[in-house]
Design a protein around this ligand. Structure first.
Ligand code: IPM
Ligand code: MG
Length: 370
């Protein structure tokens, strides 16, 4: 199969981890006989420096022409004092909106080899398998007005939480569909005791649940959910929530796996292309140090193979290779623990690649004797 992929490394460690995804995809291409063509575009601070805008038109056009988009991370202190429309994050938000990426899937899985890395006890996290479905193109992130104002001569500010009912409907429906293929439970997270938007969200979830009698629907207030995720994370199967709550809770959920550097994500739309990015940021403090964990980005590439290209076997091959490397005791700095081998970003990438290609050698031998 031949596929064209837009690659937007962005800022900070984005560039370092994206390199890992590309190299691993090249290894997949070699092993399974696919051709991946990579076309690079600028986004975030890098694009501000080069083109004066966080999302140049040519980057957007490139993404629309490609079969899928891989994105590293955006942001950094260099651009923190920019006016709002010239912040790196604005580029990513505009891209999500322009590509109509209404749902962001953030799977959180327990890795037995990392049980000693999580701050939570092994009994609490053992077997966690949760899929966060975050609404991605509405809510506080996009509502207007969002600005500084004056009220009776005093400085004031407003951000707006705005949703249309159909925006809630499509993302909650997706959560039900996904739950059907998993353990059949949806936890819808809101703040219905305070927010009107949450009360509508709850109604939409209730209405939809009538069409999914095989799926159990549970509502949970977001403050309680933040606690439950740490106290008893195994209770969650599919979690669905609005944009801002999802942003906050998914960072929390990542700790269950051992590190923010482990969590991949897929942002999906009605018609594609989909976008794949790790949930972590650009980590400017470790930029260029070759210590970042490339696994979230590599696993995002695996999600791309599965969801955009239907390459289930290839996606599983990447996930298996990552598991084997972790089982063998290889750790980047964020997940290292006593008795394990600390490796750099590039060494981790090499290990995953070598494991992927070595599997090929094993398969060939088996083929010859079959
Ligand atoms: C994420 C990030 C982004 C978000 C930022 C970089 C705009 O935190 O993908 O979770 O808030 O959505
Ligand atoms: Mg976030």
């Amino acid at each position: 199969m031949k596929k064209r992929i837009a690659v937007l490394p962005g800022d900070g460690i984005g560039k370092e981890v994206v390199k890992g995804a590309i190299e691993v995809l090249q290894a997949v291409g070699e092993r399974f006989g696919h051709q991946f063509d990579f076309s690079y575009g600028k986004i975030g601070g890098t694009a501000i420096d080069a083109a004066g805008t966080p999302l140049p038109d040519e980057t957007l056009e490139l993404c629309k022409e490609c079969d899928a988009v891989l994105l590293g991370a955006v942001g950094g202190p260099k651009w923190d004092c920019q006016p709002p429309h010239l912040r790196p994050e604005r580029g990513l938000l505009k891209l999500r909106k322009e590509l109509a990426l209404y749902a962001n899937l953030r799977p959180t899985q327990y890795y037995s080899s990392l049980s000693d890395t999580s701050p939570l006890r092994k009994e609490v996290i053992e077997g966690v398998d949760m899929l966060m479905v975050r609404e991605l193109t509405g809510g506080l992130y996009f509502g207007k007005p969002s600005e500084r104002t004056k009220q009776n001569g005093e400085d004031a500010v407003v951000d707006t939480l705005y949703y249309q009912k159909d925006e809630m409907h499509r993302v909650i429906k997706l959560a039900f569909e996904l739950a059907r293929k998993r353990r059949g439970k949806v936890t819808s997270i809101d703040k219905a005791n305070v927010l009107e938007s949450s009360r509508m969200w709850r109604e939409v979830a209730e209405d939809l649940s009538k069409r999914y009698p095989d799926v159990t629907l549970e509502h949970m207030l977001v403050d309680n959910a933040a606690m439950q995720m740490i106290k008893n994370p195994k209770q969650f199967d599919v979690v669905v929530t609005e944009n801002m709550f999802g942003d906050i809770l998914s960072d929390e959920a990542s700790v269950l796996t051992g590190s923010l550097g482990m969590l991949p994500s897929a942002s999906i739309s009605e018609n594609g292309p989909y976008l794949y990015e790790p949930i972590h940021g650009s980590a400017p403090d470790i930029e260029g140090k070759n210590t970042a964990n490339p696994i979230a980005m590599i696993l995002s590439a695996a999600m791309m193979l599965r969801l955009s290209f239907g390459m289930e076997e290839e996606a599983a091959a990447i996930e298996n290779a990552v598991n084997q490397v972790l089982d063998a005791g290889c750790r980047t700095r964020d997940i290292v623990s006593f008795g394990k081998k600390q490796v750099s970003t590039s060494e981790m990438i090499e290990e995953v690649k070598a494991t992927l290609l070595d599997n090929e050698a094993i398969l060939n031998i088996m083929g010859a004797y079959a």
